[in-house]
Design a protein around this ligand. Sequence first.
Ligand SMILES: [Mg+2]
Length: 183
Amino acid sequence: MERQFPLAFDLDDTIVDHLPQRRLLAARFGLAHLSDAVLYHMRDVSLAPETVRAFKRALYGPLSRHAPPLPGAVAALRALTARLPAVIISRRAHGAPHARAWVRRHLPFFPPDRVHFVHRDEEKSAVAHALGVRVFVDDSPEVLRHLPRPVRKVLFDRFSLYQNADTEWERVASWDALLTTLS
Ligand SMILES: [Mg+2]
C-alpha cells in the first residue's frame, strides 16, 4: 500500500447521515419513542441484543443506499480532498457494496480505490498506519483510542455525547466545524 494519504475519514455517521433511516426503522421496530441520540448509539438498557443486531443489519443493508450525507459533508470533503489526498476507512463488514454505491453517488470525486473496509474497529488503526494517515476523523471514540498517538484524532460528535470524556482527541459537532478545524 502507498504511504501518502494524510487524511482519513470514517464513513457511517461521519459522512453518511443514517439518522433518517434510523427513524424509519425505529417506527418499524416499535422503537419510535427513543431519542435520536439513543437511536444513534443503540445502547439503551431497554434494548435486547438481538433487536440491536437486527436493527443494525437492516440499517447497513440496502436501506443505507438511501441515507443522505451529513450537512456540509460533501462540500467540505470536496474542498479538503482537493488540497490533500484522503481515504475513507469504514467498518462495513457486510454492507460494503452498499457503501461503495453510496460513495459513487454522493462523492463522485472520491476515487473508489481510496475507500477501504475493515471488519473490526481495531483494524482501522493498521490500515491508517499502512497508508501514512496523519489525521483521522471518526464518530467512534473506540476507533480513535486504538490509533497511535502521532495521529491527530478528531471525534465527530454530533450529539455531544462525549463532552466530558478526557480529551485525547479534538471534538467537532458538524462538518462546518470540522472544515474550520482542519483548515
Ligand atoms: Mg462511524
